[in-house]
Design a protein around this ligand. Structure first.
Ligand SMILES: [Zn+2]
Length: 495
């Protein structure tokens, strides 16, 4: 049995001014054919999980393309066409032998001219293969699931964890399901319900645990093949935005609809519970300065480049200077221009430099500071990436610039910075520091678990700020929670 596998992943923040071009994929992951399998055997990825199942079930996987870039603004049309063409021509070439297609997508990509590129890709695949073979898809927890994705795929399965640590498990589940469908010649029924809700990408674990519990209950039923919920990705101004739930059943459409409705209601009833508690910057600094614990992690969620922000908002730097905070490290600010100036000056040299506010010119202005260059580095370190896989991570030329007891790590490009090994590679011992600012979301809950004494999340300025009311949405469906007064007991808007 031959199953084509492929992956095209991006989380596109339509409020970001930084476009995602082909170079962004080349820098993170852009592989074709056999290289894909070799690379993914070592990763905690969906493909790794699928490979393990395929080997046991006598399924041969035909690799096509595997592409992923760090979240950022919309993907350029040129880049998307390249990815699409490479996927489709490989499916076209093998279509006579294929018995199934398994794709690992993110589900929150937007391109310069497509709001639902995943739905579009699935439609194009159906144009090639027809309806003869099953097409299964795994999606990120932050997917904005669209009606077209449901229409053109046989099943969609989402991650259940955040931070996402279950990718290979989800890949295993998808491969098992694909094998079951192929062997039993079953074409399942899938039902999806979209909630009129924008929920925070970085969300509280408690309501999510209840939803995972419901998934387990549903999947114990003989007729139900899988169930998923999606927080969605609210930083996309598209009509497909928002949270959703879905159920895949063997053939009982009525049961699938009934359970999907019930699942949607459970999520809707908890809509107020997903938001994380966030102090103001002054409250956070007060808490840190009056505590004897160290280090305290300040999570700069608003400028997290893993949620599509630019990574160059110097909000914490400005606040620390204002509050005379010492012994802090800011990891990191993306500013290749400031890096160049520091490298030109040299180690131990003092200079005045403008930091940040060059890419995100909406939420930030550069800060002009005088300090000393402490470290100059190639910016490569060995550590865990966002999938918690060990690899060499490349931040581009990097410097540590010290201003009044604040170590500012200036990097040349967005990269995984979630591992404390990043600080140690720059001769900064995280446990010596009072405050560590990380441009991150929830990933540090795993990577900094043994280091941070306390973690505070800030709803800081940047393209990933959670304050929906400040975003100029034009295309999303209204009314929608929490922007509109939706005092509904049911998730159905029209009741
Ligand atoms: Zn995600």
């Amino acid at each position: 049995m031959l199953v084509a596998v492929g992956s095209i992943c991006h989380e596109s923040n339509t409020f970001s001014l930084v476009k995602t071009d082909l170079k962004c994929f080349q820098e993170y992951e852009l592989l074709l054919d056999e290289d894909i399998l070799n690379y993914h055997r070592e990763k905690n990825s969906e493909l790794k999980g699928a490979l393990e199942v395929a080997e046991n079930q006598g399924i041969e996987l035909v690799p096509t393309i595997s592409a992923s870039a760090i979240p950022s603004g919309p993907v350029t049309t040129v880049a998307f066409k390249f990815l699409e063409q490479n996927l489709l021509e490989r499916i076209q070439k093998t279509k006579q032998q294929l018995e199934g297609i398994l794709l690992f997508l993110h589900g929150a990509m937007v391109t310069e001219d497509l709001d639902d590129p995943e739905g579009y890709l699935l439609r194009r695949i159906r144009e090639i293969t027809g309806n003869a073979i099953p097409v299964g898809v795994t999606l990120d927890h932050h997917a904005n699931v669209s009606p077209d994705m449901v229409k053109y795929a046989d099943f969609l399965i989402g991650y259940r964890t955040h931070p996402h640590i279950d990718q290979s498990k989800v890949g295993q589940q998808a491969a098992h399901l694909m094998s079951f469908l192929m062997k039993n010649k079953i074409r399942p029924v899938m039902c999806m319900r979209k909630l009129p809700a924008l929920l925070p990408g970085e969300s509280s674990p408690k309501p999510r645990a209840k939803l995972v519990q419901r998934i387990k209950e549903l999947e114990r039923k003989e007729e139900i093949l899988s169930a998923s919920f999606f927080i969605g990705y609210s930083l996309a101004d598209i009509k497909e935005v928002g949270s959703s739930v879905l159920v895949v059943a063997k053939k009982d459409e009525q049961l699938a609809q009934f359970e999907t409705d019930r699942f949607a209601q459970l999520m809707w009833d908890m809509r107020h519970e997903f938001t994380l508690d966030a102090p103001t910057i002054d409250q956070g600094i007060d808490q840190a300065l009056t505590s004897s614990d160290r280090p305290i992690l300040f999570v700069d969620t608003g400028d997290c480049f893993w949620a599509g922000a630019a990574g160059d908002v110097p909000f914490f730097l400005r606040s620390f200077i204002r509050r005379k905070v010492k012994n802090a490290v800011i990891a990191a600010i993306v500013d290749p221009d400031a890096v160049d100036k520091c490298i030109e000056a040299g180690v131990d040299k003092s200079l005045t430099v403008k930091i940040g506010g060059k890419m995100d010119q909406i939420n930030a202005k550069p800060v002009t500071v005088t300090g000393t260059v402490k470290v100059i580095s190639e910016g490569k370190y060995w550590g865990k990436d966002f999938q918690f896989t060990e690899r060499e991570i490349d931040m581009g030329p990097t410097v540590v610039f010290e201003v009044n007891g604040i170590d500012i790590i200036l990097i040349s490009q967005g990269a995984s910075i979630h591992d404390p090994a990043m600080l140690r590679s720059l001769h900064i011992e995280p446990e010596d520091k009072k405050i560590i600012v990380l441009k991150d979301g929830l990933l540090n809950l795993i990577t900094y678990k043994s280091v941070a004494r306390k973690t505070l999340f800030f709803n800081s300025p940047g393209f990933a700020n959670w304050d929906y009311s400040k975003r100029s949405y034009k295309k999303i469906p209204r009314p929608i929670f929490p922007l509109d007064d939706l005092n509904l007991s049911s998730w159905r808007k029209n009741q």
